[in-house]
Design a protein around this ligand. Structure first.
Ligand code: SF4
Ligand code: SF4
Length: 188
């Protein structure tokens, strides 16, 4: 159910279901980290290219960062969005575009259905064999900021790409964007 402010309201059963999905996802991430230890886990102070940050938290570029990535790939910004990005949100009010994950190619170009929030997969631009970012020279600011071995890594919200998005930005990139996709258990 959606309230008058456009925010989903979940039943207790739905809340329990979302919590179980979140727990399952956390356990999966912990398992992945055991298989691909990070620099922090290994106690070293340089990136070991384990890819764990590109698996756990796919980059969110700021709106102004999209043209450079599109140029780098020799495509338009709208092609970049339709091929490689999904619209996501933290609060169902402000939406942002982030890179899709491998396996999310079927839903690029629009809002990620809430049930797909816990999709497993590396960032669509992560080259698993090489352990590298395919858009490294133009990767978003927040990717440059992540250093897993540093104390307080990632805690400064001002460095997050998400913080660069206003409520209107999503309509600049997707004029007919509809945030009101079906919500709740089983919506897809
Ligand atoms: S910064 Fe990312 S890729 Fe590099 S070691 Fe840390 S988690 Fe792995
Ligand atoms: S854009 Fe590059 S650095 Fe950012 S999550 Fe994707 S592969 Fe990793």
């Amino acid at each position: 159910m959606i309230n008058t402010e456009g925010t989903p309201v979940y039943t207790e059963q739905e809340k329990a279901y979302w919590k179980s999905l979140a727990r399952e996802y956390e356990a999966h991430l912990a398992d992945m980290a055991k298989k691909h230890p990070t620099a922090a886990m290994l106690g070293v102070k340089t990136c070991v290219r384990c890819g764990q940050c590109c698996y756990t938290y796919v980059c969110i570029p700021r709106p102004e960062e999209l043209p450079a990535v599109a140029d780098y790939l020799h495509i338009s910004v709208s092609e970049l969005i339709s091929k490689y990005m999904v619209a996501d949100t933290e609060d169902c009010r402000t939406f942002f575009l982030r890179w899709a994950k491998h396996g999310e190619e079927d839903i690029t170009g629009g809002r990620i259905p809430p049930i797909r929030t816990y999709d497993h997969g590396y960032c669509i631009f992560f080259d698993e064999k090489a352990g590298s970012c395919l858009i490294h020279p133009v990767r978003p600011q927040e990717a440059r900021y992540v250093k897993c071995w540093k104390t307080g890594n990632g805690r400064d919200r001002s460095q997050w790409g998400m913080s660069g998005w206003t409520k209107d930005d999503i309509y600049r990139f997707i004029p007919d964007f509809d945030s009101h996709l079906p919500q709740g258990i089983g919506a897809d």
